[in-house]
Design a protein around this ligand. Structure first.
Ligand SMILES: Nc1ncnc2c1ncn2[C@@H]1O[C@H](COP(=O)(O)OP(=O)(O)OP(=O)(O)O)[C@@H](O)[C@H]1O
Length: 684
């Protein structure tokens, strides 16, 4: 028997390992099984090269639980180790790995992904003693047993072992008993080893016999050794990809399509990315792409490696070239990783482009599901926009699809305003904005349907990308002002008339929480609607954006402000004005002339005081100004009261306001009730 001390500076490093990697204890199993797989692959290579001439035999790696003795054993029939090799690979090399690791990550253990490189010694995270019983493939090799209880002291002894290969026996610690549970080990093997390239058996398969579950003779193989991504794309059918998707995500709908990644220069990377069908009501999940390193599962956190917008995709990526034992922030600045990310972006764009070109119909039918990914990509990555601009689509309210260029050609002649700006009209909701869409169509305009989750920022982006172009929602103004071609026709009313008309409607507007109305009088033609509601594109957009971005709460808190536009060309509006004039002029005329007098007086006072320095203005003069202002306001108040009194009983005013509100889905509660009752009485 030989005893020795492992070349470690720290007196006892295992408690440190344990503490550092507390949350990730489970990765020990991945490390043990992948070592066994590596040893197996090595013997296969040696056999291929003719260096090993014996029988390969059954190469299955076996994971065995012994609940009685509290051990978990990982056995392989790989190359095994001689005593010298144990000394070299386990006592020296593996330990130096641990030392490096500890030095590097003393302060920052959480930032590590994968924890590769910790290798063999991760077994001490869960064990109080580890034994290796191994026999090298080499002719005449003797079996040896190495054991270590977690101090830097180890023992090496002769051992009995018939077969070539290694058994790694972990004596599981009392506080890690979970790793003696069958279900826990099964689920870990499933997570980390599902696609390892050598068969891994965990116990025997079971079957139902006479109402009982009994073990069969057959190994319970937990992995598939040749996962789909390792195969040549040309040999695979759609069905294969769908089946594999189903294996990865059993409860998901069929994917839209997939991209088989396969590159070996300047880095090695294979994988399959799937575009999932998204149900808009379900939260998008970002941790669906699984990262593998030579078929060993590493993580499902792929930010930094996969471009942000593609983290919404599903699938697997396998690359031995992604540095796995480094921190995330390092990963994001790593040049090779950047290259990988760029490659994936390009590959995804190429694939989308070819589907678009080869089968536009099919592509269009998938667009509504695809749109989120592509929009997200264009918003977040300049280089993706440059590629996607040729196959991103716009959809109009009729359900027709256009590329950016096609759409521009379509609207260029009819929707350019007098300043040469191209106006893209859009609706967010076909039902709610129906009459505005119709008004636009009457003019021969095309209206886009932008009802996606990202359309608000997309509109802003496209305005920046497209030259001399603006996006306007159909209800953001009256149609003639959405696309101004000639000078807009002015109302024939004088300012007093317009004022009195506005006052009648203003006085009867219902109070709606956090909503403000500004009343305008416009000439919209005899056939236009008598009253309509618009909301400025700018205000609405600012409010929409504030919902996406923090730090914009100023806009979010502002009330929604709308315009109620009165059409002075419409007969009903003219009638109201005539009626108001005939019924109120006796009461109004003296008030109006009083107002004019006060206004003139106020103007004179202001002019007089503006010539003086502030300190030269006497108290008397200040009082005079204040009193005049007060008197003017009182008269205005009086005027409004007279008009309000008149309008209160005017059913047409109420009916028109309510119809406009109704058209915008803003008529609710008691106002809606009053409207219905009034309508019924009007029919009578
Ligand atoms: N089951 C085994 N059979 C044969 N050799 C083994 C076995 N397990 C470990 N070894 C040897 O011990 C060495 C150290 O293993 P360890 O897991 O610490 O690091 P590694 O596998 O080289 O790298 P990694 O850090 O990526 O796991 C291996 O390189 C290998 O030579």
């Amino acid at each position: 028997m030989q005893k020795g001390n492992i070349g470690v500076t720290t007196e006892n490093i295992f408690p440190v390992i344990k503490k550092f990697l507390y949350s990730d204890h489970e990765i020990f199993l991945r490390e043990m099984v992948s070592n066994a797989v590596d040893a197996t692959q090595k013997i296969k290579t040696l056999a291929d090269k003719g260096i090993f001439k014996g029988e390969l035999g059954d190469l299955t790696v076996r994971v065995t639980l012994d609940e009685k003795n509290n051990t978990l054993t990982i056995s392989d029939r790989g190359i095994g180790m001689t005593e010298e090799e144990i000394d070299k690979y386990i006592n020296q090399i593996a330990f130096s790995g641990v030392n490096d690791f500890l030095n590097k990550y003393k302060d920052n253990a959480n930032a590590i992904i994968g924890h590769f490189g910790l290798g063999f010694y991760s077994s001490f995270m869960v064990s109080n003693k580890v034994e290796i019983i191994t026999k090298s493939y080499k002719d005449g090799a003797k079996a040896v047993k190495w054991s270590c209880d977690g101090s830097p002291a180890y023992e090496i002894d002769d051992a009995e072992k018939a077969d070539r290969g290694s058994d790694i026996i972990l004596h599981i610690d009392d506080d890690c008993k979970e790793f003696l549970e069958k279900a826990r080990i099964q689920s870990l093997l499933n997570k980390y080893c599902k696609f390892m390239p050598v068969p891994v058996a965990f116990g025997k398969k079971t079957e139902w016999k006479d109402g009982k579950q009994v073990e069969t003779e057959e190994d319970n193989i937990i992995n598939s050794v040749e996962p789909l991504w390792t195969k040549t794309p040309s040999t695979l059918k759609d069905e294969d990809y769908k089946k594999f998707y189903n294996e990865l995500y059993p409860m998901q709908d069929e994917p839209l399509f997939w991209i088989h990644l396969n590159v070996d220069y300047p880095f090695n990377l294979t994988g399959i990315l799937y575009f999932p069908r998204i149900k808009s009501n379900i939260e998008l999940q970002r941790n669906k792409i699984q990262l593998y390193c030579n078929q060993v599962f590493v993580t499902d956190q792929v930010e930094g490696i996969v471009p942000e917008f593609l983290t919404l995709l599903h699938g697997v990526i396998d690359s031995p070239d992604i540095p796995l034992n480094v921190s995330r922030s390092y990963l994001q600045s790593d040049r090779d990783v950047k290259k990988i990310s760029t490659y994936i972006t390009k590959k995804v764009a190429d694939r989308l482009n070819s589907i678009f070109k080869e089968n536009r119909k099919d592509y269009e039918s998938k667009w509504d599901d695809l749109k989120l990914f592509i929009n997200y990509g264009m918003l977040s990555q300049e280089d993706f926009y440059d590629r996607a601009k040729d196959f991103a689509l716009l959809k109009d309210v009729e359900g027709k699809y256009f590329t950016f260029d096609e759409y521009k050609q379509l609207i260029k002649d009819n929707q350019t305003d007098k300043d040469g700006q191209l106006i893209y009209l859009y609706a967010n909701n076909k039902e709610e904005e129906y009459s505005y869409i119709e008004a636009a169509k009457d003019k021969g305009y095309s209206v886009l349907l932008l009802d996606g989750q990202l359309d608000v920022p997309v509109v802003s982006m496209l305005e920046q990308k497209f030259e001399k172009s603006r996006f306007m929602r159909v209800d953001s103004d009256i149609i003639d002002r959405l696309i101004v071609k000639d000078d807009v026709k002015k109302t024939e009313l004088d300012s007093d008339q317009a004022d009195n008309l506005s006052a009648a409607f203003r006085s009867q507007m219902p109070k709606i929480n956090k909503v403000e109305f500004n009343i305008e009088v416009q000439a919209l033609g005899e056939n236009g609607m008598p009253v309509m509601i618009t909301q400025s594109e700018y205000m609405r957009r600012m409010k929409d954006i504030s919902r996406f971005q923090s730090g914009m709460s100023f806009y979010a808190q502002m009330p929604d402000s709308y315009s109620l536009v009165l059409n002075s060309d419409h007969k009903l509006i003219k009638n109201i004005l005539d009626d108001e004039t005939s019924k109120c002029s006796d009461a109004l005329n003296p008030v109006i002339s009083e107002i004019k007098g006060q206004q003139a007086r106020l103007a004179a006072l202001h002019q007089n005081q503006s010539k003086k320095k502030p300190e030269e203005i006497t108290q008397e003069e200040k009082d005079d100004l204040a009193n005049t202002e007060k008197a003017l306001n009182e008269q205005r108040e009086k005027k409004n009261q007279i008009i309000s009194e008149y309008a209160k009983d005017n059913k047409i005013v109420h009916q028109l306001i309510d119809l406009a509100l109704l058209q915008n889905g803003m008529l609710k509660g008691s106002s809606l009730d009053a409207f219905i009752k009034r309508s019924v009485s009007l029919i009578k």
